[in-house]
Design a protein around this ligand. Structure first.
Ligand code: PLP
Length: 388
């Protein structure tokens, strides 16, 4: 038995996604910018996918720009926003962002860009009072504020609508990295007042290497790379039509699931069951950000005194796929910067693993994880395995 509880890393493409991509590669492989019939058919497939992704986000199809994934999408928005308004050279962001944002911003900071790091509360939620003060003092020099909607490691959800209202008053472009949000919760673009939202197909049962930016008309975000008229001049380069078609099919399936009443209830109870049972069986286990507003699919659990990597390897041997965040998966024993920024003590951050499910996760997978995890922790404790 295998339990795949690493859905924030990626999700399996749906059978209908694979089917649509295969058909596209066989029959719609022409360049969608070509004027001949085959090109026009590829263009139609692309535009249908744009409508499907737009419906999932709740925006107009014209607002959607396809990219090569979430990483490209977030970097295009941030770099495009500072390029658009040189008179506002500063950026605001949080220390809790995915490395796609954090490392871009750190590299800009190293080259002299002024970065305002947003204050957050111990529960990982942005401090709105501190944001008000920041915007009052420095808002006129900030071009873009980038804040993720839901955190990939802890699932903590930020008050995006409240932040959007404040950014609008201050004339600051608000970008939200919604890679972990879109496809899991309703997005309601039109009521939020966001300037740019970014998402990625492979987190919602679509293919890897495809993402999208939704941009409010008139938002001060420039195209950063010249070279072609594609995507309404916003992103040069021949489109990955098959990937985009797969994204469209995955987006449509996610939207239909979200639209069904109480669609997320069984999944919410999956994570709650998992957390309750683990804490009951391993009394010193800690659910990180337990009291914070959290995405229904993510649990960040610490086993203080153990090393996450040792836990993950033993779990993997016993058929449970989980994760500990980017640093651990690359073979480093450095604890996650996000968990450290939240103020977790070192032994807690070192011993934290992430369990993340999707709407396709089965009860059998949860049962298998429940039977496996406490035994693995006990075995590691008994063997005195790598302490932090
Ligand atoms: N932003 C967040 C919050 C993510 O979780 C990820 C991927 O894990 C990304 C951005 C990058 O997306 P992609 O893998 O499509 O480049």
């Amino acid at each position: 038995m295998q339990a795949y509880l690493d859905c924030n890393a990626t999700t399996n493409p749906l059978p209908e996604v694979i089917e649509a991509m295969g058909a596209c590669l066989r029959e719609r492989w022409a360049n969608p910018s070509s004027v001949h019939r085959a090109g026009v058919e590829a263009r139609h497939a692309l535009e249908l996918a744009r409508e499907q992704v737009a419906r999932l986000i709740g925006c107009a199809p014209r607002a959607v720009t396809f990219t090569s994934g979430g990483t490209e999408a977030v970097q295009r928005v941030i770099l495009g926003a500072i390029a658009a308004r040189p008179e506002r050279p500063a950026i605001a962001t949080s220390a809790l962002e995915h490395s796609a944002v954090r490392e871009l911003v750190q590299s800009l900071e190293a080259r002299g860009t002024r970065i305002h790091w947003l204050a957050h509360r111990p529960d990982g939620v942005i401090d709105l009072g501190a944001l008000d003060r920041l915007l009052a003092d420095h808002g006129a020099s900030i071009s873009v504020l980038s804040l993720m909607w839901a955190n990939n490691e802890t699932g903590v959800v930020q008050p995006i609508a409240e932040v959007a209202a404040r950014c609008r008053t201050a004339g600051v472009v608000l970008h939200t990295d919604a890679v972990q949000w879109v496809g899991r919760e309703a997005t309601n673009w039109s009521t939020l007042g966001i300037d740019a939202l970014t998402c990625s197909a492979h987190k919602l049962h679509g293919p890897k290497g495809v993402g999208a930016i939704a941009t409010r008309a008139g938002a001060a975000i420039e195209s950063i790379l010249p070279g072609g008229p594609q995507e309404l001049g916003r992103r040069a380069g021949t489109e990955n039509v098959a990937g985009i078609v797969g994204f469209g099919v995955a987006a449509e399936a996610a939207r239909m699931w979200i639209d069904r009443e109480a669609a997320t209830a069984p999944c919410r109870s999956m994570i709650a069951t998992l957390e309750r049972a683990i804490v009951a069986a391993v009394p010193d286990a800690i659910v990180n950000a337990a009291a914070s507003p959290r995405l229904w699919n993510t649990s960040s659990i610490a086993f203080p005194g153990l090393e996450a990597e040792a836990i993950l390897l033993l779990l993997s041997e016993r058929g449970v796929a989980a994760s500990a965040g980017a640093a651990c998966s690359s073979g480093s024993l450095e604890p996650s910067p996000v968990l450290l920024a939240m103020g977790l003590p070192d032994p807690v951050a070192h011993g934290t693993i992430r369990l993340s499910v999707s709407r396709m996760t089965t009860d059998r997978e949860i049962d298998h994880a429940l039977k496996t995890i406490p035994g693995c922790i006990e075995r590691l404790r008994r063997s005195g395995s790598p302490a932090a």
